[in-house]
Design a protein around this ligand. Structure first.
Ligand code: AP5
Length: 191
């Protein structure tokens, strides 16, 4: 099994590059942002609770996220070649829960790819996307909050995976193909 975590600040290209990785390695794409947006769009009570965090740029509480992810992992199709985790883990507590969850299933994380993109470029990309995305969190106020939350809560996840010798920083600036080539080299090296 190849289990790839793709990490990086909001707008760093996690979703975009996940599509390339899925295509090449036939992995199952688990995007926690997409899962949460789907639940919110359903209009359920749970979706409304989720929206009360996401629309402000805050993280959904760890306990809820870990339960959501465990359900996804337990419903992977038989014969799955592995997963690409996009947007999870976002806190050290989530990273610890993930590694425990994988170990209980006889698996482990193969690599964490950390897309590195400067703040100005991130804001530029997200504001541009906000013109058409309809996402309630693609506005300057919420983007600023998301970047603060990333610095405070998600950056420490890198150190956690550095200790496990799974951490690989990748330059996230360039064409989509150039960035994917860098990721591909890193994935091949971890196998
Ligand atoms: P999530 O959906 O994960 O949002 P995010 O991390 O803020 O990331 P984005 O989807 O905005 O960006 P991305 O890095 O995927 O970049 P993309 O490829 O789209 O999470 C949303 C919210 O849900 C969170 O804020 C939180 O509230 C909640 N949440 C999710 N997971 C959670 C968890 N585990 N725990 C708690 N809460 C959680 O690209 C962005 C734009 O840039 C696109 O328009 C794209 O076309 C463009 N682009 C991509 N690559 C390039 C390039 N190389 N050059 C130029 N433009 C590019």
């Amino acid at each position: 099994m190849l289990n790839v975590i793709i990490c990086g600040a909001p707008g760093s290209g996690k979703g975009t590059q996940s599509d390339f990785i899925v295509k090449k390695y036939q992995l199952t794409h688990l995007s926690t942002g997409d899962i949460l947006r789907k639940e919110t769009a359903s209009g359920s009570k749970f979706g409304k609770l989720i929206d009360s965090y996401t629309s402000k740029g805050e993280l959904v509480p760890d306990e809820l996220m870990v339960n959501i992810l465990a359900k996804q992992i337990d419903s992977l199709p038989a014969g799955s070649k592995g997963v690409i985790l996009d947007g999870f883990p976002r806190t050290v507590a989530q990273a610890e829960a993930l590694e425990k969850m994988l170990a209980e299933r006889g698996q482990k994380t193969s690599i964490l790819v950390d897309l590195q993109v400067g703040k100005e470029e991130l804001i530029d990309r997200l504001l541009k996307r906000g013109q058409t995305s309809g996402r309630s969190d693609d506005n300057l106020e919420t983007i600023t909050k998301r970047l603060e939350v990333y610095e405070e809560k998600t950056k420490p996840v890198s150190a956690y995976y550095q200790k496990l010798d799974k951490y690989t920083p990748v330059n996230g600036i360039g064409t989509l193909e150039e960035i994917f080539d860098r990721i591909d080299i890193a994935i091949k090296a971890c196998r």
